[in-house]
Design a protein around this ligand. Structure first.
Ligand code: FAD
Length: 464
C-alpha cells in the first residue's frame, strides 16, 4: 500500500506573517511539513530590521518563532532569494502549496524635484541603517547640521524622529549597532519637523508612539496650536480621542537646551531645494499649504485636503527623511507563476489569501500573507491575525484536495536544483551560531546583541 506524500508548504519570507502562518499550519495539520525560505541568512524580517531598537519588548515575539522553528516538521532555508537564486516555478513543482509572505521592501517616493539631492533619505533606508540591515549599513546619513524634516506622520516617521532626538546614552543598551550609535553620538541634529499632508485626526500614528515623543528625555515638542485640535474630543472614537487629549494637554514649550520636535499639519512638500553653500546637498523644503476639501469633516480620519491658493512656505532642512509608506514589489517570476501584482497599491491581489492572476482569476495553490497581502500597514498583532487567516485557507484547500500536486519533494527537490550553482544557503543551525556570536559580542558591550551586518561575516561565523 502506498501513502500519498505528506503535504509540503513553502513559505517565502521569515517575518511575522510567515512564522505565525507556519505555526498555525503545523498545529492544525499534523501531517504537514513547512519549508521557510528567507533571502537573508537571518530570520524575522522587520522584527529584526524595522522595529526600533528602543522597543525591545516588541521583539519578544521571536521567542514564539524560535519555538515554531524547533518543530521537526519545520525547515529554515536562509540566504536563498526566491526569484533570484531559485525561480518561483521550481517551488511550484515541488510543493503542495506556496505562501508568499515576503513583505514590502520598497518605499514610496514623493515624485517632486530634488528628491535625489544628498541628505534626502527614505525612512526605510534610515531605519534599516540604524537596525544594521546588510543592505543599508553603509548609508552614512548626513547628520552634521541642525535641521531635519521628516515627511509623513505615521509610526515609522515617529520612530525616525525619536531616534534622531534621543540622547544616545539611552540607546546604548539596545541592539542598535555600534556604528549607528557613534554616528548618532556625533549628530548635530537639533530640530526635527514632522510634516503631514492632512490634519491631526488623519495622522496614521498610534498613542504609544506619540506619547513617547512627547515624553522623550532631553527633547521638547512644540505644542500643537489649539486651533488645529478638535474643540470637543469627547465625540471622537476612543483611539483618536486619547491621542487628541494627549496633544491638547501638552502645552509645555521645549525647555532651553532641549532638542526640539515640531508637528506641522496641512502641508505637502512640492520641492526639495539645494543648499546654496554646498551644491548637491538639500538645504530646504518648499511646502504647499492645504485645507480640507469643501464639506469634509476634519474629525473624519479619511477627510481629504486640497491646495490653498496661498504663498508656499520654505523651511530649512539639512536632512530630509521621506516616510510616506513602504510598498511591496513583484519578485521575479510572479508572472510565469500566473500571479498578478497591483503596482498601484503595492500588493498581490487575493481573495482570503488565495492569490489572483493578472485577469483577476484565482491561482490555485499559491497564497499570500502579511504586508505583501494587505499592503504595508498594521502592527505585528494584525500581521499575526492575517497570517493565521491565510494559514486556515491553505489548510482547508489542502484538505479539499486543492493542492498543487507536485513531486512532494519540497526542499530536497529544490536543493538538487541549487546545488552546484554556488548558492551558499544556510539552515536554522547557522542562524543559531550567528545569534550566539551576536549575543556574545553584545555582552562585551553591555547590550542585548551586537548585530553582524556583513553577510560574508555571517556566513563565516556560521561555518559556511
Ligand atoms: P516582513 O517582516 O517584512 O518579512 C518579510 C521577509 O521576507 C523578510 O525577512 C525578507 O528578507 C524576506 N524576503 C523578501 N523577499 C524575499 C525573497 N525574494 N525570497 C526570500 N525571502 C524574501 N509592529 C509592531 O507591532 N510594533 C512596532 O514597534 C513596529 N515597528 C515597526 C517599525 C518599522 C520601521 C516598520 C517598517 C514596521 C514596524 N512594525 C511594528 C510593523 C511590523 O514590522 C509588520 O507588521 C510586520 O513585520 C510585517 O510582517 P511580514 O511578515 O509581512 O513582513
Amino acid at each position: 500500500l502506498t501513502h500519498p506524500p505528506p503535504p509540503r508548504v513553502a513559505i517565502i519570507g521569515s517575518g511575522p506573517a510567515g512564522f505565525y502562518a507556519a505555526g498555525k499550519m503545523l498545529k492544525d495539520e499534523p501531517a504537514l511539513r513547512v519549508d521557510m525560505y528567507e533571502a537573508l541568512p537571518v530570520p524575522y524580517g522587520l522584527v529584526r530590521y524595522g522595529v526600533a531598537p528602543d522597543h525591545p519588548e516588541v521583539k519578544n515575539c521571536t521567542s514564539r518563532f524560535t519555538e515554531i522553528a524547533s518543530d521537526p516538521r519545520f525547515t529554515f532555508i536562509g540566504n536563498l532569494r526566491i526569484g533570484a537564486d531559485v525561480p518561483l516555478h521550481s517551488l511550484q513543482t515541488h510543493y503542495s502549496a506556496l505562501l508568499l509572505a515576503y513583505g514590502a521592501a520598497r518605499d514610496r517616493r514623493l515624485h517632486i524635484p530634488g528628491e535625489d539631492l544628498q541628505g534626502v533619505y527614505s525612512a526605510r533606508d534610515f531605519v534599516a541603517w540604524y537596525n544594521g540591515h546588510p543592505s543599508a549599513s553603509s548609508l552614512s546619513p548626513l547628520l552634521d547640521a541642525p535641521d531635519a524634516v521628516v515627511i509623513g506622520q505615521g509610526n515609522v516617521a515617529l520612530d525616525v524622529a525619536r531616534i534622531l532626538l534621543s540622547p544616545v546614552d539611552a540607546l546604548r543598551r539596545t541592539d542598535m549597532p555600534e556604528y549607528a550609535l557613534q554616528a548618532l553620538a556625533e549628530s548635530r541634529v537639533r530640530n526635527v519637523r514632522l510634516v503631514g499632508r492632512r490634519g491631526v485626526m488623519q495622522a496614521a500614528w498610534t498613542i504609544k508612539e506619540v506619547r513617547e515623543l512627547l515624553t522623550l528625555e532631553g527633547a521638547g515638542v512644540v505644542p500643537v496650536p489649539r486651533a488645529m485640535l478638535p474643540e470637543n474630543t469627547k465625540v471622537l472614537p476612543r483611539a483618536q480621542r486619547r491621542i487628541a487629549d494627549l496633544l491638547v494637554k501638552h502645552t509645555a514649550e521645549p525647555a532651553p537646551g532641549d532638542r526640539v520636535a515640531r508637528l506641522d499639519f496641512l502641508r505637502s512638500p512640492v520641492e526639495l531645494r539645494p543648499d546654496n553653500a554646498s551644491l548637491g546637498r538639500v538645504g530646504s523644503v518648499k511646502f504647499q499649504v492645504n485645507e480640507y476639501v469643501p464639506g469634509a469633516d476634519p474629525l473624519d480620519p479619511s477627510a481629504r485636503v486640497q491646495a490653498v491658493d496661498a504663498p508656499e512656505e520654505v523651511v530649512p532642512a539639512n536632512a530630509v527623511f521621506r516616510s510616506i509608506g513602504y510598498a511591496a514589489e513583484p519578485i521575479a517570476g510572479l508572472d510565469e507563476a500566473g500571479v498578478g501584482f497591483d503596482g498601484r497599491r503595492g500588493l498581490i491581489p487575493n481573495a482570503e489569501g488565495r492569490v489572483k492572476g493578472p485577469g483577476g482569476e484565482e491561482v490555485g495553490g499559491v497564497y499570500v500573507a502579511g504586508w505583501v497581502k494587505r499592503g504595508p500597514t498594521g502592527v505585528i498583532a494584525s500581521t499575526m491575525a492575517d497570517g493565521f487567516a491565510s494559514a486556515d485557507t491553505v489548510v482547508n484547500d489542502l484538505r479539499a484536495g486543492l493542492g498543487l500536486g507536485g513531486t512532494g519533494l519540497g526542499w530536497e527537490g529544490v536543493r538538487k536544483e541549487v546545488e552546484g550553482k554556488g548558492v551558499m544557503w544556510t539552515g536554522w543551525r547557522e542562524w543559531e551560531a550567528i545569534d550566539e556570536v551576536e549575543r556574545e559580542r553584545g555582552k562585551a558591550l553591555g547590550k542585548e546583541r551586537e548585530k553582524i551586518v556583513d553577510i560574508e561575516e555571517m556566513l563565516r561565523v556560521a561555518g559556511r
